[in-house]
Design a protein around this ligand. Structure first.
Ligand code: PEP
Length: 258
């Protein structure tokens, strides 16, 4: 039996002011799918997190930061710390999104430090991993995503100390915001590579329990097909998560048929 509950996540990126964020989350909350069957999470911009938390109230919607620094406080102008995310109501944090890696120079080493710190402060990391178009064309997808996973969880592996929970998001860079989507077969293949590597890092039982999401131009039209792909446990949605109708349709595609 699959012990991983489908996990449908929305990354709002640098979009939506507070009023718009509240409007969107309320629309999602009003029709959120059964939390016993599917998890729903939203990741608003920092300035909206606390307000969105309030708007969520008791609705079954989890809240994530889109990034954080690894230090709990200090002279890091412009950064946000793990305790700040927790205080604002987050339970999760997205780490290593390809936009963070490519536009802000984040490395696996930085993501590893962030993951360790997130866990220390009680946040569950959602670690993004994915190959670029060039790497895909050079047939290096497996090598690249394995290396990113190894690098991003290095501290846990070295210290043989497992994080209480972690999620992975396989997000091929060429599919993010481009309208191009990995085929279900491509997604399954990459998720299989990641799960095999996870077994080496976390051990069998933890690897089996770790959800691996797919991200990259997920839309209502392709969500069900992707969710049926073996090894795909959920999705991380950017553009299509800004519209409640689209995101709810995607979230419903995560509800198991039986
Ligand atoms: C993302 O930002 O994580 C993402 C997958 O974006 P989009 O759905 O727009 O491709």
């Amino acid at each position: 039996m699959n012990q991983r509950k489908p996990f449908m996540a929305a990354n709002w990126k640098m979009n939506l002011k507070r009023d718009e964020s509240v409007e969107l989350v309320k629309a999602i909350a009003a029709q959120a799918p059964d939390p016993d069957r599917v998890e729903v999470l939203v990741a608003p911009p920092f300035t909206s997190i606390a307000t969105v938390k309030e708007a969520i109230g008791s609705a079954p919607i989890l809240l994530a930061g889109q990034n954080m620094h690894w230090e709990p406080q200090g002279a890091y102008t412009g950064e946000v710390s793990p305790p700040m995310l927790v205080e604002a109501g987050c339970t999760h944090v997205i780490l290593g999104h390809s936009e963070r890696r490519s536009l802000f120079g984040e490395t696996d080493e930085m993501i590893d430090r962030k993951a360790k710190s997130a866990v220390r402060f009680g946040l569950t990391p959602i670690i993004c991993i994915g190959e670029s178009l060039k790497e895909r064309e050079e047939d290096r997808t497996t090598e690249v995503i394995e290396a990113q996973l190894r690098g991003s969880l290095k501290s846990f592996t070295d210290q043989k100390r497992l994080p209480p929970a972690v999620l992975l998001a396989y997000e091929p860079v060429w599919a993010i915001g481009t309208g191009e989507t990995a085929t279900p077969e491509d997604a399954s293949q990459a998720h299989g590579v990641l799960r095999t590597r996870l077994r080496k890092v976390l051990g069998d039982s933890r690897a089996v329990a770790t959800p691996i999401l797919y991200g990259g131009s997920v839309k209502p039209e392709n969500a069900a097909e992707l969710m049926r792909a073996p090894g795909v446990d959920g999705v991380l949605v950017g553009g299509a998560s800004l519209d409640p109708v689209s995101f709810l349709a995607i979230a419903r595609a995560g509800v198991p048929l039986t």
